[in-house]
Write a protein that binds this ligand. Structure first.
Ligand SMILES: [Zn+2]
Length: 373
């Protein structure tokens, strides 16, 4: 077990920020990287990380960790200090306007130019070449602007991992996870361990977040060569730990144990696993999520609950207008059939805001489109 403090380059004169990094197990085998709070205003993961810290310390003392496990308990000190009139803003960088969870993808041309000629027929050797190559590319990244140096530091510890779990949350939502559609088996194992029913599968070819940054290069190389050349590409997932207000020791412990069950399932730790109750997963492409946008401004209230199956044309919410000469409430109809899994906690909404997300059976948006900005 080690505990490290890693300083970010000073963003301005007299300013400093750092991250902490806990390292468990030993190097040389599989590597797991878990971080919380890349969107600094999402707190459930920060608490889950502390529960993980306690359990992983115990497991390490028992010699029950079969991999190197890195835990970054707060991945975004830059966002955490973005307080505005008492509120942590934390989602986008104030200096550049950039979402902290976007725009860090490994340049595909650089991967092809620098690596594609070195792969042979040995899949395990190819894995090692890829991991070393990706680490080199990260080390060459620009670190102008604090957000870029933050990304560079995080990726320098994560890009060669076999498993990456990035802990986030939605606004008000059922728990759900994102992962690459090419990794359904592992994604399903993760969802089962966590007890999360909704799995959103991405093709990782378009804009990617932190998770897709780790899987996209592997997919790109195999697609370019037209054959399987890797043994164990990185599996990466974003865990949406319900909504921003779902912060409690009970939920944090439950999610922590779910993550440990997944690590046990993957033989990365030795631990007695609680028997899992079977339940039905809903695995769908991200492009099958229907985002319902507000067509007017006002106060939104919901008739339906998270988890309800909505019928096309049936009212599930209302917008109460604030600027009408007479009191007026407009019912909002479900645009299609689907399971309501995310709503807004900002009851005052303006035209264009997303007020609901439905898990549906049909394609709703172009593949590769991101659900949130
Ligand atoms: Zn987030």
């Amino acid at each position: 077990m080690t505990f490290e403090t890693i300083k970010l380059p000073t963003a301005s004169v007299g300013n400093g920020a750092h991250i902490h990094l806990h390292r468990f197990g030993s190097k040389g085998g599989k590597k797991v990287y878990i971080q919380a709070g890349l969107h600094a205003d999402e707190y459930p993961g920060l608490l889950v990380a502390q529960h993980l810290l306690r359990h992983l310390q115990q497991l390490d003392q028992q010699g029950a960790i079969n991999a190197e496990i890195i835990l970054v308990p707060f991945a975004n000190p830059v966002g955490l200090r973005q307080r505005s009139f008492g509120h942590v803003i934390g989602r986008c960088d104030w200096h550049t306007g950039q979402n902290f969870n976007r725009n860090m993808a490994i340049n595909a041309d650089q991967v092809m130019t620098s690596l594609i000629g070195s792969f042979g027929d040995d899949l395990i050797e190819n894995d090692q070449l890829m991991r070393t190559g990706l680490k080199n590319l990260v080390s060459q990244r620009s670190d102008d602007f604090e957000i870029n140096s933050l990304h560079k530091i995080l990726l320098s510890h994560s890009i060669d991992a076999h498993y990456v779990l990035d802990l986030h949350c939605d606004d008000v939502a059922l728990p759900h996870i994102f992962y690459g559609v090419h990794q359904q088996r592992t994604g399903k194992a993760l969802a089962n361990a966590l007890g999360f029913r909704i799995c959103l599968e991405e093709d990782v070819t378009g804009t990617v977040a932190f998770d897709g940054t780790h899987t996209q290069p592997w997919v790109n190389v195999e697609n370019r060569l037209g054959r399987k050349i890797f043994s164990q590409p990185c599996f990466a997932a974003t865990l949406e730990l319900r909504g921003k207000s779902d912060v409690s020791p009970e939920l944090a412990e439950q999610d922590c144990l779910g993550i440990l069950d997944f690590l046990t399932h993957e033989k990365l730790i030795d631990r007695v696993q609680a028997p899992q109750k079977p339940f039905e997963l809903r695995q769908l492409g991200v492009d099958q999520v229907k985002m319902v946008k507000a067509l007017m401004s006002g106060i939104v209230t919901y008739r339906s609950k998270l988890g309800d199956t909505l019928k096309a044309g049936a009212p599930f919410a209302d917008v109460v207008l604030l600027d009408s000469p007479t009191a007026q409430s407009i019912p909002i109809m479900a645009p299609c059939n689907g399971v309501l899994f995310s709503i807004t906690g900002h009851h005052f909404i303006t035209k264009g805001d997303t007020i609901a997300m439905l898990a549906t059976d049909e394609q709703q948006i172009k593949a590769g489109t991101q659900l949130a900005f």
